[in-house]
Design a protein around this ligand. Structure first.
Ligand SMILES: [Mg+2]
Ligand SMILES: [Zn+2]
Length: 263
């Protein structure tokens, strides 16, 4: 396992507001609930061979409101819920520090993404970051990944020039966009991606799939007419091999790292 094997694509998923109902601090397992459709969405990423990596700021630990034991319980609950949908996350990275600590792992710092890239052999350039907040977009962009903003969590924030590559109503729609990008990258169909292209993946099912805290709908919302490239992507989503087990363990220079379990 040389250092040169950074070929896999990963999808870095924010936790609160992206895969689980948004709360400012989730300090008890009872407060944690997956958003609808998330299991299916992650399963599609699993099947496409992308590494699925949760990256989450949990300053409640550093503030003394949440213990690592309780966080582990919350994450066990998350994995159980995903397992029911035959989905799994490959790794979970947590920044436990309060903002005052000035650590490198707290988003929008990219410490967690860099660590995952090293440990899981992931190419950041070919990876994606999905989150419900501007800070997730900023993190993903700084790390060189493509970015998707989902509208299932935090109320809309001014993006101040930090435009995501795609805005999606839900994680499901984000995954559809990601798999389309992967299909054109790996299948050699269509033109190479223009990273400056912004896509809006809103569409049908907005109301049904979304959390009540949704903001206003985007002006460019296209309803019901799947583009021809969408049809293309549906026909041909190449199956990459399943993610290999990551061998290296090593210390934990940043954050807490919970390794993914194989199901
Ligand atoms: Mg969030
Ligand atoms: Zn940190």
């Amino acid at each position: 396992m040389g250092m040169k094997r950074n070929r896999r694509s990963a999808v870095f998923l924010d936790r609160d507001g992206t895969i689980a109902y948004y709360r400012e601090y989730c300090c008890r397992p009872e407060e944690f609930r997956l958003l609808p459709g998330v299991g299916r969405a992650i399963r599609r990423l699993n099947e496409a061979g992308l590494a699925v990596v949760v990256v989450t700021n949990q300053s409640a630990i550093g503030r003394g409101w949440l213990t690592r034991q309780t966080l582990a319980q919350i994450h066990r609950k998350m994995r159980r819920a995903l397992r029911r949908a035959v989905a799994r996350v490959d790794a979970i990275y947590v920044c436990p520090h309060p903002p005052t600590e000035g650590c490198l792992c707290r988003k929008p710092g990219i410490g967690m993404l860099l660590q995952a890239s090293r440990e899981l052999g992931v190419s950041l350039r070919h990876s994606y970051t999905v989150g419900d907040r501007r800070l997730d977009v900023l993190t993903g962009r700084t790390a060189g990944t493509r970015t998707v903003l989902v509208r299932t969590g935090h109320r809309p924030e001014p993006l101040n020039g930090t435009a995501p590559d795609c805005e999606a109503a839900t994680l499901q729609k984000a995954v559809t966009w990601i798999l389309k990008q992967e299909a054109s990258r790996l299948g050699g169909r269509g033109r190479p991606l223009d990273p400056s292209t912004r896509t809006t993946a809103f569409g049908r099912g907005l109301a049904r799939d979304s959390a009540p805290s949704l903001g206003q709908r985007p002006r460019e919302s296209r309803r019901g007419t799947p583009s021809e490239s969408e049809g293309r992507a549906k026909r041909k989503i190449p199956r990459a091999p399943r993610p290999a087990e990551c061998a290296s363990r090593g210390g934990l220079p940043v954050g807490l790292h919970q390794r993914g379990r194989t199901l």
